[in-house]
Write a protein that binds this ligand. Structure first.
Ligand SMILES: Cc1cc2nc3c(=O)[nH]c(=O)nc-3n(C[C@H](O)[C@H](O)[C@H](O)COP(=O)(O)OP(=O)(O)OC[C@H]3O[C@@H](n4cnc5c(N)ncnc54)[C@H](O)[C@@H]3O)c2cc1C
Length: 478
């Protein structure tokens, strides 16, 4: 009987993909009283309001996007979706706050040829720099995304665009995060051909067939789903659910239960002991035998469970650092408090401002009043918020910053403050190699465990679902 540890989106998706092809009994163990992990929504339909405490939206492009859309379709959630098209203001307008100014990032080809603040040159000059920059002399295995972008495209792009983007994606420091986290392809093109543009052009005309990874192969399986076609036709950029992201969790939970999966909440795994034909897991003090484990819990938690028997795994897994994020949801009565119709704003770390960014929920979704989510902390949690800030201290900083940056001085009529400890893994330089070593060790020692979730193959919802599908299907030898 396969066992799944963790009832976040990764664990629930793994159960979904296993049950779609396997008749065996499956058990899932979740430590807390609820399912969903970081996916948590508070919906107030009577007020046309959803507060998201974790993820707000899902990308409709990129590897993994079609897998999630196919899953959404198979769960029958098409009419629950809230799509946001590429041409909407919320999707086009992304802002950064630099030198006390809100600056809208270029969003069209024409914009790339204009000089707009905070840049001193048009963004297209970044591509020229890539053509002029010297070829790499010694091939690198990895480097920080900040260094790579500074080398290839210039300091302003690294400082303002990349550093803000990394704050937005993983609340991390671009100077520490691996280039392979979100620019693996561009980095490899540079390493192979001496430059990014040169590499893009050469690969475009090359007849060489690249070997597909399992993840790419499983992602391709979903490309013909009807929802994928609809998203393509209507040019979606991102989407969410009318009643919040937790819609996906509730539906996954009902689906897997209806297919016979036993879902146990309040069930913490305290230890794993691998045996010759599987493993014994200790759940709240009770020993249970299993033939395979899908580990869909944070890597530092898994590290503790295997520490006694596999110190190497323990060391590698606990090297993956996590950051804390404070999320403040604010609802103001007045409708038009925001001067800009946009997705939100991000703040590069060089500005030394105690928030990471703000999502303009009421611009992105149809909500009453003005609704914002202020994200704080991440890599700089302790520096700006201290070790153990109270909720009211965090709320005060969020309100102070929204007043300063967005000129909103009204008192919110509703708010929520959540401190999410160890919520986002940091893919620091060397992450890809570390994960390869972990998986090689598991294979070499024939350990009955597969790893999926945010710590390994990407931190977005799409990545997590695709990693669950890949591990489930690989286990089923598909
Ligand atoms: C603030 C925030 C905003 C985000 N925004 C976005 C976004 O807009 N778009 C996007 O695509 N992604 C976003 N993400 C990322 C995305 O939400 C996460 O990567 C994803 O939810 C992780 O899912 P998971 O199942 O891998 O892990 P988790 O959600 O961490 O789930 C793991 C589960 O395992 C349980 N567990 C832990 N230890 C044990 C144990 N010993 N035994 C049993 N159970 C255990 C935990 O209680 C938890 O429920 C965001 C994340 C955060 C924190």
């Amino acid at each position: 009987m396969p066992t799944i540890l963790g009832g976040g989106v990764a664990g629930l998706s793994a159960a979904y993909y296993l049950t779609s092809r396997l008749a065996k009994k499956i058990e899932l163990f979740e430590k807390s009283t609820r399912l969903g992990g970081w996916v948590r929504s508070e919906s107030h339909p009577e007020k046309s309001l959803v507060f998201e405490f974790g993820p707000h939206t899902i990308r409709s492009k990129g590897l993994g996007a079609s897998t999630t859309m196919e899953l959404v379709e198979q769960l029958g959630l098409e009419t629950d979706i809230y799509p946001i098209g590429c041409s909407s203001e919320a999707s086009k307008n992304r802002m950064i706050y630099v030198k006390n100014n809100l600056c809208t990032l270029p969003s069209s080809l024409i914009d790339m040829f204009k000089t707009t603040p905070p840049f001193s040159k048009p963004l297209v000059s970044g591509f020229l720099q890539d053509l002029r920059a010297p070829s790499v002399k010694h091939s690198l295995d990895d480097e920080s995304i900040y260094n790579f972008c500074k080398r290839r495209f210039g300091g302003e792009i690294a400082d303002y665009i990349i550093s803000s983007m990394i704050c937005g994606i993983c609340a991390g420091d671009a100077k520490e995060i691996s280039v392979r986290f979100i620019m693996n392809d561009l980095f490899e093109k540079e390493q192979r051909h001496g430059g990014v543009l040169k590499g893009l052009i050469k690969d475009y005309f090359s007849k060489e067939i690249k070997k597909m990874s399992n993840m790419e192969r499983f992602a391709l399986m979903s490309k013909d789903a009807k929802l994928v076609e609809s998203a393509r036709k209507n040019n979606w950029s991102i989407y969410s659910f009318k009643n919040g992201m937790e819609t996906l969790i509730n539906s996954l939970n009902s689906n897997i239960k209806s297919k016979g999966v036993t879902v146990n909440t309040n069930s913490e795994c305290k230890q794993i002991t691998f045996t010759t034909n599987g493993a014994v897991i200790n759940i709240n003090g009770k020993e249970i035998e299993t033939d395979h484990i899908i580990g869909a819990i944070p890597s530092f938690k898994l590290a503790e469970l295997v520490k006694l028997q596999h110190p190497f795994l323990n060391n590698q897994l606990k090297d993956i650092q996590y950051v804390d994020v404070a999320v403040v949801n604010l609802k103001f009565c007045s409708k038009d408090l925001l001067k800009n119709d946009a997705f939100g704003l991000l703040i590069p770390p060089s500005e030394n401002i105690p928030i990471l960014g703000v999502i303009f929920d009421s611009c992105v979704f149809n909500m009453s009043g003005t609704v914002l989510t202020v994200m704080m902390g991440g890599k700089w949690f302790e520096k700006y918020l201290g070790k153990n800030p109270s909720q009211s201290e965090i709320l005060d900083i969020a309100l102070e910053q929204t007043a300063k940056i967005l000129h909103i001085n009204e008192k919110p009529d509703m708010f929520r403050v959540n401190i999410l400890r160890n919520c986002i893994p940091q893919y620091t330089v060397g992450h890809k190699k570390r994960i390869e070593e972990v998986r090689n060790y598991i294979e070499k020692n024939n350990l009955a465990v597969s790893l999926c979730g945010a710590a390994y193959d990407g931190v977005g919802i799409n990545d997590v679902i695709l990693s669950a599908k890949t591990q489930a299907y690989s286990l089923l030898k598909l």
